[in-house]
Design a protein around this ligand. Structure first.
Ligand SMILES: [Zn+2]
Length: 249
């Protein structure tokens, strides 16, 4: 019975390692996905900034055209002015020129404002562009790291899967079925020690008679509460094996 129990404990320890490796493997794609989401956001921001920049440049060009057209009108009005004879007409033409000049000055102020915006946005765009390129580099680096890491984990997994096969071969088929069923339904823990009369899986105290039977160790027993396969955790020979197998993790 000791030997059967030892194999079960060995199998449990092996399965815990396999689970840990698989959990680690699952974490990597999530990390990459998060980085890629960040990149997508950065790229979208960059596109927005560029669009804004283009709009401002277009606005600047439009205002400049208006200023040019106003300049043309001023010129024409000045020519007209020199040909005017009556004072009334002269005053009216002067007023027209004044109005045009005022309008032109407003547009020139606006152009300055737009140019300031362009300058500010241009700076932001350069920074964003550099940030995005940096992020892209980081992702590539991280991707390379993940590929390497997964390769190493796969190698480790292979070793433990082989070990698992060996343990499975040495355990009776019905018991193995029971073990696998428990493992799937008890959070990966199918085998647990009972220490000081308490089940390590569910923390319930064992009835004294059951605990005595467990100490005798002549049959495979289960916890009456959580139904996990139990062994006497203070049994010296089993305990040493468990410590070696790293069950404390
Ligand atoms: Zn229990």
């Amino acid at each position: 019975m000791q030997k059967v129990m030892k194999n079960l404990i060995g199998l449990q320890s092996c399965d815990l390692i396999i689970k840990r490796i698989n959990d680690k493997k699952k974490k990597w794609p999530v990390k990459i996905q998060n980085l890629e989401n960040r990149l997508k956001m950065a790229e979208n921001r960059l596109k927005d900034e560029l669009n804004h920049l283009e709009l401002f440049k277009l606005e600047k060009r439009e205002i400049e055209l208006k200023v040019e057209s106003l300049e043309g009108r001023t010129e024409k009005s000045n020519i007209k002015l020199s040909a005017i004879k009556s004072n009334k007409e002269y005053q009216a033409a002067l007023k027209e020129i004044e109005d045009i000049e005022r309008e032109k000055a407003d547009y020139e102020d606006k152009v300055l404002e737009v140019m300031e915006n362009i300058e500010k946005l241009d700076k932001e765009y350069v920074t964003s562009k550099a940030d995005t390129a940096k992020l892209k580099g980081e992702i590539q680096k991280e991707r390379d790291k993940v590929i390497k890491e997964i390769k190493a984990l796969d190698k480790e997994l292979k070793i433990h899967e082989k070990e698992r096969t060996l343990f499975c071969r040495s355990i009776d088929a019905d018991l193995l079925k029971k073990y696998d069923h428990l493992r799937q339904n008890r959070g990966g823990f199918a085998v647990t020690p009972v220490i000081n009369g308490v089940c390590g899986g569910c923390n319930m105290g064992m009835p004294p008679q059951k605990f005595n039977e467990l100490i005798c160790g002549d049959k495979i027993m289960t916890c009456p509460n959580c139904h996990r396969i139990i062994y006497w955790g203070e049994e010296k020979r089993l305990k040493d094996d468990v410590d070696q197998a790293g069950m404390s993790e």
